[in-house]
Ligand binder design. Structure first.
Ligand SMILES: *[C@@H]1O[C@H](CO)[C@@H](O)[C@H](O)[C@H]1NC(C)=O
Ligand SMILES: *[C@@H]1O[C@H](CO)[C@@H](O)[C@H](O)[C@H]1NC(C)=O
Ligand SMILES: *[C@@H]1O[C@H](CO)[C@@H](O)[C@H](O)[C@H]1NC(C)=O
Ligand SMILES: *[C@@H]1O[C@H](CO)[C@@H](O)[C@H](O)[C@H]1NC(C)=O
Ligand SMILES: *[C@@H]1O[C@H](CO)[C@@H](O)[C@H](O)[C@H]1NC(C)=O
Ligand SMILES: *[C@@H]1O[C@H](CO)[C@@H](O)[C@H](O)[C@H]1NC(C)=O
Ligand SMILES: *[C@@H]1O[C@H](CO)[C@@H](O)[C@H](O)[C@H]1NC(C)=O
Length: 925
């Protein structure tokens, strides 16, 4: 017996009326229709023909779209306004309260503009059995009173809104509830245990994609009708109660993925004979997979990836003949597995075995195939040859063989391939021309191999979205022809030997976001057409022979990373950076640019790196950059910058700066104390956080890198530790004294002020630079003694004080004793080890520093010594140093020496003997 919702039903009813005289002529009372019309007034409509357009005053409301009446009484019992394009707020006391017989209320897929559900909302509808408010932009918490009067409610759907807060424990009043869907909100807190005690009819429970926490209540084992349980994407912890498997034997769908569940997978799951979908991925389950699958014959989806499972794959898994998805990736299994064992699963579509520590044999031993396999992930499986499967699996669409040791040349691929990744292998030879026949291909990743020859031109005019051929030996040109409607978003050809210009028809790829052609031999200009690539985020052309000007439009672009270093660009920089600028990294090092630096660069508030070193910029110090709140690296090295640094009005100038390189310019005047004082980022000297983080762009696998001089060598630092700090002011014309303020910059690793005209003494406050590994003050006019406190700088690897006017004894100590005479040459007044000139009694008894340079309490230095020595035994120092030096290309000699020295130091105990002379003896054990 249906309700009257459509005109034709009315017609049927009228016919029935003729026979049975049962239908009343006017079903809808005036009260009801005016209540509905009032409700209609609350909303504006976003399209012209929503359901409510059929609601007219003169018509029977039972005939309106979305309205259902009881055919006997004429009461409105159902209101379905889903997808009605309603837009507006629902007030706490709406006219809907005049429809107290409402049983079903569906307001899904509208926009209620973050309305809250008022506490009396459901009081109005005591007969409600269905309430659907999903996808409708509701917000706020669920009032506990929601469940008071609606004890008949069987179906509650609040999914995909912005609800917050906890599930009220009063929900346990809803004893008729069968279907509860709260997914996609911001709910928090634990699941009330009473839910499991009282709502025993529950068949469908979806709490996924919220922020729920705590355990699965053991009361859940009462939910014996439960068929669907989805807790995906919350913060649940703890073990899965074994009773779940014992009692909820109807369960067909169980998704616990992306939580923090731990413990073993309960073997009681073997009772869940209806189970079709079991997803435990992304938790911390450990131990072996129980051999429990014999009776789970319905299982079609089995996700175990991203856990800590060990042992071998239980044999009963191979009974699961209905499996369509099997994902084991990222676990710690042992033993070996035969790829073709999985060929038993004739319905298998997706097989993911990457990073499972199993040796996967891919030899075709039996004449078996995977008739339905479309997605195969064998990355990091220790495979050394292409699996034979490629020859037989014509339906394969996704294939990941990356991070293996596959040698030899690329085979022809199944023609319907959509996504192919074979990066990080040892492939050689050319890309076969059969790649031109891949009619559905969207992703090709072949980076980090040894492929060579030309890149097939057809790959430009293709269906590709990503082409990543970086780090190979490709020659010839970049594919030149890109068809109209080109869908390429990412083109990565970096690290090859490509020549010629950037292709003009790339203009057709309007969705291009990543263009990485760095480290090739490209020539010609940056084409004007990139102006049209309004989605470009990442442009890396570094280390080519590109020339011409830097296009002005790059200042008004969507770029976040712009790396044009080491080319032949000339002329000025773009002069106008727009207010909307989102640049994070600007690297123009090593070109022929003349500047000036545009003051509008300060519009780029997110800038972290500015590197314009090694150009011909003839300008004064760009002090206006000091307001950039995120700037961490500023390199002006080797230009024609000139004049004094000048003062600043910024309260905390350069607040995040960690790396500043002004070397090889013509700066004059005194050292910029006011700036040094402002370098807050360099003052947090706590390097004991072993966490090794590099500056990188989270969105792209792009690590910031710079070239700088450290420890007397020009080095290219391929990755920059987020704790790395250095100041290089060398080879300028700075004058005056070295301020003791420098001692505050505790996280400094390298300080270079050589080749200036500095006078006065070396401040003993430098001993606070406990992270310092390189100190170069050479070729100045520094006078007085070397402060003995510097001997406590136990990280110091390189010291250069040569060519000054220093005098008196050279401090001794484990670190100082490793420096050779080069560190001190050209100071005629110095004496003691390692110089051949020994100190006279007079020299030894003079004050350690010239008057005015004694800072800190000398009595504390004994304590410093002990601390410094404690550091030797721990691996902290070496760990950190290797951390940031490991990516330095071409290890210079001092690096090797440093590592050797640090290693021998680990075996060194320091024994202090007597107070006199404060000498220590190194004993190698
Ligand atoms: C609903 O419950 C409230 C108490 O929470 C009560 O005052 C009210 O009378 C009830 N309404 C109906 C229609 O039962
Ligand atoms: C659960 O239901 C019982 C009646 O079956 C009731 O007495 C009890 O109060 C309910 N518990 C909660 C927490 O609502
Ligand atoms: C689970 O169900 C079994 C019978 O199937 C019953 O003996 C046991 O008490 C139930 N456990 C719980 C916690 O309800
Ligand atoms: C599988 O089911 C059969 C009968 O349905 C039963 O005899 C057997 O014990 C079950 N095996 C397991 C491991 O639960
Ligand atoms: C596989 O699933 C189908 C239903 O999808 C079912 O009819 C069939 O019995 C299952 N096969 C096995 C071997 O259990
Ligand atoms: C780009 O994508 C669209 C939508 O998927 C598709 O219709 C079009 O054919 C694609 N263009 C090319 C060149 O493959
Ligand atoms: C691109 O390829 C299609 C066939 O795949 C061809 O018809 C078309 O002419 C090509 N376009 C260009 C510009 O080469």
């Amino acid at each position: 017996m249906g309700y009257i919702t459509q005109p034709y039903q009315l017609l049927i009813c009228l016919q029935l009326f003729l026979f049975y005289s049962q239908c009343s002529a006017i079903l809808c009372s005036h009260d009801q229709s005016s209540a509905l019309l009032q409700f209609k007034q609350l909303f504006s409509f976003q399209i012209s023909r929503p359901k409510m357009m059929s609601w007219k005053e003169d018509a029977d409301c039972c005939s309106w779209d979305g309205v259902t009446c009881d055919s006997a009484t004429g009461h409105v019992i159902g209101l379905d306004l889903s997808c009605s394009w309603l837009h507006g707020n629902i007030p706490s006391n709406s006219s809907l309260s005049l429809l107290p017989r409402l049983r079903k209320l569906n307001l899904a897929y509208n926009d209620f503009n973050y309305s809250k559900i008022s506490s009396g909302f459901t009081d109005q509808f005591p007969s409600l059995t269905l309430l659907n408010l999903s996808w409708s932009n509701f917000a706020g918490s669920i009032p506990p009173s929601l469940s008071n009067n609606i004890t008949q409610l069987a179906d509650l759907d609040l999914s995909y809104n912005s609800f917050t807060g906890q599930i009220p424990s009063s929900f346990s009043n809803l004893q008729q509830l069968r279907h509860l869907d709260l997914r996609g909100n911001n709910f928090v807190g634990e699941i009330p245990a009473s839910l499991g005690n009282n709502i025993t009819q529950l068949a469908y429970l979806d709490l996924s994609y919220n922020s729920f926490s705590g355990h699965i209540p053991s009361s859940f084992s009462n939910l014996q009708q439960l068929r669907h349980l989805d807790l995906w994407g919350n913060n649940f912890v703890g073990q899965i109660p074994a009773s779940l498997g014992n009692n909820i034997t109807q369960l067909a769908y169980l998704d616990l993925s992306s939580n923090s569940f731990s413990g073993q997978i309960p073997s009681s799951f073997s009772n869940l004979q209806q189970l079709r979908h079991l997803d435990l991925r992304g938790n911390s389950f450990f131990g072996k997979i129980p051999d429990m699958f014999t009776n789970l014959t319905q299982l079609s989806f089995l996700g175990l990836a991203y856990n800590e499972l060990i042992g071998s794959i239980p044999s009963s898994i191979f009974d699961l003949l209905n499996l369509t998805l099997f994902s084991l990736s990222f676990n710690n299994f042992s033993g070996s597995v035969e790829l073709y064992d999985f060929a038993k699963f004739k319905n298998l579509k997706v097989l993911a075995l990457s990073n499972i520590s199993l040796s996967v044999s891919t030899k075709l031993t039996v004449n078996s195939s995977f008739p339905n396999l479309s997605d195969l992930d064998l990355s990091a499986c220790n495979i050394s040859e292409f699996p034979d499967i490629l020859r037989t699996q014509h339906q394969l669409e996704w294939l990941d063989l990356s991070k293996n040791q596959i040698r030899g040349s690329l085979p022809d691929l199944p023609p319907h391939m959509v996504r192919l990744s074979i990066s990080n292998n040892s492939l050689t030879g050319e890309i076969p021309s059969s790649f031109c026949n891949l009619s559905s291909i969207r992703y090709i990743g072949l980076s980090n191999n040894s492929l060579s020859g030309q890149i097939p031109q057809c790959l430009g005019n293709s269906t590709l979205e990503t082409l990543d051929l970086g780090m190979n030996n490709f020659q010839g040109t970049i594919p030149q022809t890109y068809a109209k409607g080109c869908n390429l978003t990412s083109l990565r050809l970096n690290g090859n030997q490509l020549e010629g210009p950037l292709p003009p028809s790339l203009i057709n790829c309007v969705n291009l976001q990543f263009l990485d052609v760095g480290n090739n031999n490209l020539s010609g200009p940056i084409p004007e057409y990139l102006r049209n690539s309004t989605r470009l985020l990442f442009l890396n052309v570094r280390n080519n022979s590109l020339s011409g000007p830097i296009p002005e439009y790059l200042g008004n672009s969507t770029l976040e990373i712009l790396d044009m270093r080491m080319n032949k660009f000339s002329g000025s920089l773009p002069q106008t950076f727009a207010k909307s600028c989102v640049l994070v990294s600007l690297n123009l090092n090593g070109n022929r640019l003349e500047g000036p630096l545009p003051p509008s660069l300060v519009n780029c508030r997110h800038l972290e790196v500015i590197d314009v070193g090694n150009n011909q910029i003839n300008e004064t110090f760009p002090h206006w950059l000091d307001v950039l709140p995120e700037l961490q690296v500023l390199t002006l090295r080797s230009n024609r910058f000139r004049g004094p640094i000048g003062d600043t009005k910024t309260r905390v100038p350069f607040r995040k700066l960690r790396i500043i390189d002004l070397s090889y310019n013509r700066f004059t005047g005194v050292l910029p104390i006011w700036y040094l004082n402002g370098f807050k980022a360099m003052m947090h000297g706590d390097d004991n956080s072993i966490k090794v983080n590099y500056m990188r762009s989270a969105n792209y696998s792009y690590y910031e890198s710079i070239s700088l001089t450290m420890k007397g060598n020009d080095i290219q630092m391929e990755r920059i530790l987020t704790t790395f700090a250095t100041i290089d002011l060398s080879s300028n014309r700075f004058q005056g004294e070295i301020s003791k303020v420098l001692g505050k910059l505790k996280s400094l690793k390298s300080l270079n002020m050589s080749h200036n005209n500095l006078t006065g003494g070396i401040p003993s406050s430098l001993r606070n630079l406990t992270a310092l590994e390189s100190l170069d003050l050479s070729s100045n006019k520094l006078a007085g003694r070397i402060p003995t406190q510097l001997a406590s700088l136990n990280c110091l690897e390189v010291l250069n004080l040569s060519n000054n006017q220093l005098k008196g004894p050279i401090p001794g100590g484990p670190q100082f004793n490793t420096f050779g005479i080069d560190s001190y040459s050209g100071n005629s007044g110095l004496c003691g080890f390692p110089l051949s000139k020994s100190c006279s009694i007079d020299e030894a008894s003079e004050p350690t520093t010239p008057t005015g340079f004694i800072e800190g309490d000398d009595a504390s230095s004994w304590f410093d010594w002990k601390l410094a020595m404690l550091g030797y035994a721990s691996g902290v120092v070496i760990g950190l140093s290797i951390g940031y030096m490991a990516f330095v290309t071409g290890r210079p000699q001092w690096f090797v020496r440093m590592i050797e020295r640090k290693q021998s130091r680990k075996l060194t105990r320091v024994i202090r003997r007597g107070r006199a002379g404060r000498r220590s003896f190194l004993v190698h054990l």
